[in-house]
Design a binder for this molecule. Structure first.
Ligand code: BEZ
Length: 260
């Protein structure tokens, strides 16, 4: 482990995201199969990041708009795919009414605790008969990593405030009920484990924590950051480090819901 514990990253550093965390989009390539876009359909990619899946959907003949709340991601998406339409928009305030045949979202909804606001906006934005196809972290996602973080911070004398936990990982019952409450017909819902290899060998877990779990560490003294990261690695090494590769214990929800 190196000693640069203070370089906790802005997780929406688009270049870093593309270079070290591209697995996020690559692993979801078959989510696009579940979406099954048709030529001529109008599709919203909600939380498009740097545009990899937006491009994949467009290449199948659909007309796609990619949106993301992070300007850095949208700037990179526009550079990556200048022929496509990308906008900075907040998923909690979707401004569309009956515009889309489908709304697609990968690895984004677990960052938004105001899930109901997002579902209401999605419902409004879909045409009648339109579909919502999404994957995100579900109940139990990164459970081992989160519990190692809490444990290490507790031991270091800086116990984590639960408000610092940035994630929403619902069960399929909880999320399905939310969709049904807003009139959706849930046609597919699953929760499954996906042990996910992290890039960069020995640095993989540290990179992941610095990029995605930085809210727990910002503001702590550097010495505490260094010792806590080392403790987290020690706790996780027996289960999540194999053959020189770190893994994240991802657990994903996939849903398809139809607006009647
Ligand atoms: C996920 O894709 O499940 C995820 C990514 C970053 C932080 C937490 C979860």
């Amino acid at each position: 482990m190196d000693n640069t514990a203070t370089d906790f990253k802005n997780q929406w550093n688009a270049e870093l995201y593309d270079s070290k965390h591209s697995f996020v989009s690559e692993l979801a390539a078959n989510l696009v199969e579940l979406l099954s876009p048709k030529p001529g359909e109008c599709i919203l990619d909600l939380g498009c990041g740097t545009g990899y899946l937006t491009h994949k959907i467009a290449s199948l003949g659909a007309e796609v708009i990619g949106i993301d709340s992070a300007l850095s991601m949208i700037e990179q998406a526009r550079k990556n795919y200048p022929q496509l339409d990308f906008e900075v928009l907040d998923a909690k305030k979707l401004p569309f009414t009956e515009k889309f045949d489908a709304i697609f979202s990968n690895a984004v909804l677990h960052w938004i605790k105001e899930a109901e606001e997002v579902v209401i906006g999605i419902n409004r934005a879909l045409k009648p008969g339109g579909r919502f196809v999404a994957e995100f972290g579900g109940k139990g996602n990164v459970k081992a990593i989160v519990s190692a973080i809490y444990n290490a911070l507790e031991k270091s004398g800086y116990p984590a405030d639960v408000a610092l936990n940035p994630w929403y990982f619902p069960s399929i019952g909880e999320y399905g009920s939310l969709l049904e409450k807003h009139g959706f017909e849930l046609t597919y819902a699953t929760l499954f484990e996906r042990l996910t290899p992290l890039e960069d060998g020995e640095q993989g877990m540290q990179n992941w924590i610095k990029m995605f779990a930085n809210s727990f560490f910002n503001g702590l003294p550097t010495t505490v950051q260094i010792s806590t990261l080392a403790d987290i690695e020690n706790q996780l090494r027996p289960t999540l480090y194999k053959n020189d590769t770190w893994f994240a214990d991802y657990k994903r929800i996939r849903v398809i819901a139809i607006k009647p």
